[in-house]
Ligand binder design. Structure first.
Ligand code: NDP
Length: 321
């Protein structure tokens, strides 16, 4: 078991963590990134990406993350193949974390970029057809369904926003909800119900995603949650929008969170309530959830981390002068 020390300890290796690493390494903080259970984050389970700036052609999510990692390493980041299982935050800087490997990681600043996971229904065909008609992000994948028939599953703000967004690409959007009333805000419901491109299916649970002969999504199997009757709905794309869960189990009782488990930060900054601890990307953002916004807040975390350390070093030098 080894101890790895660094000026900047980053937990998570999606766009937020790797952007923090790129900026942190270039500022001389010699960051360590502990990659976690899904190295590269959510983009590694998507296929085509065409909204990340800088690429004229469609790129692949896993490729983008490999490039980001290579860039982070090129400027001096140490990537660790490990998952943090325990962390001491109350003791303040330096922060000590324990990896699944038994190794210890010690950082003068801590950047939390553990991301979030889309919730899935967990029914047959869902994972097999992920990226082949089934998606959890209309902003990412809606464009691929131009002029096609799509469905959104869920009844919260995300589902309604996704249904409205999809009408930019499709004239035939069906919102499928398991109850007969939506959870989403009234203003969004008003927009939904007044949009002629959207129809709603009430009291329906999707029980199976079924592929056609070409191996992509062909139709959904539905069960009425009141009568138990079964039916099918032909669609080219289905967007599961039943919420996201931030990966914050490790920080319960250690850092303030909202009721959904997202880390709370000082508005407009990545600063948590603990000096020297920063949060960036989807772990603190349930609104935008894009790779580019995660990368942006990762950059902000590194800049604020650098300022924190510079200030602390200056105060230390002054005290000992
Ligand atoms: P929510 O938890 O608000 O809604 C999830 C929806 O999915 C609910 O309608 C729920 O049904 C349904 N659902 C959950 N599990 C299943 C399941 N297994 N099968 C079928 N349906 C299921 O999640 P959101 O992502 O919509 O929102 C998360 C938070 O983010 C909320 O606080 C929301 O207000 C906020 N948000 C705000 C936005 C804004 O202000 N513009 C935009 C997007 C999100 P049921 O209602 O029956 O429980």
């Amino acid at each position: 078991m080894a101890t790895h020390t660094t000026r900047m300890l980053i937990i998570g290796s999606g766009p937020a963590g790797l952007s923090a690493a790129i900026y942190g390494a270039r500022a001389g903080m010699e960051p360590i990134v502990v990659q976690g259970l899904q190295p590269g984050g959510q983009l590694t389970i998507t296929t085509d990406v065409e909204n990340y700036p800088g690429f004229r052609e469609v790129i692949q999510g896993p490729w983008l993350m490999q490039e980001m990692q290579a860039q982070a390493e090129h400027v001096g980041t140490r990537m660790m193949w490990d998952t943090i299982v325990d962390i001491d935050i109350a003791g303040g800087s330096p922060f000590k974390a324990i990896g699944d490997s038994g190794d210890e990681y010690v950082g003068d600043v801590l950047v939390i970029a553990t991301g979030a996971q889309a919730k899935w229904l967990g029914v047959e065909g869902e994972q097999a057809l992920s990226g082949k008609g089934v998606s959890a992000c209309a902003t990412c994948d809606g464009f691929f369904y131009r002029g096609k028939k799509v469905a959104v599953i869920g009844g919260g703000n995300t589902a309604v926003e996704e249904a409205l967004y999809l009408t930019n690409h499709s004239d035939d959007v069906t919102l499928i909800h398991r109850r007969d009333e939506l959870r989403s805000e009234k203003i969004l419901q008003d927009r939904l119900f007044s949009n002629p491109k959207i129809s709603t299916l009430w009291n329906k649970a999707v029980t199976r995603f079924v592929a056609g002969e070409n191996g992509t999504l062909n139709h959904l199997e539905l069960t009425d949650t009141v009568t138990g009757e079964t039916s099918t709905l032909e669609v080219d794309g289905a967007f599961v929008a039943i919420g996201h869960a931030p990966s914050t189990e490790l920080f319960k009782g250690k850092l303030p969170m909202d009721e959904s488990g997202y880390l709370l930060v000082e508005p407009g900054t990545p600063k948590t309530s603990v000096l020297g601890v920063f949060a960036c990307g989807d772990v603190m953002d349930h609104t935008y959830r894009q790779a580019i916004t995660a990368a942006g807040t990762g950059c902000m975390a590194a800049l604020d981390a650098e300022r924190f350390l510079a200030h602390r070093d200056f105060e230390k030098a002054k005290a000992s002068a």
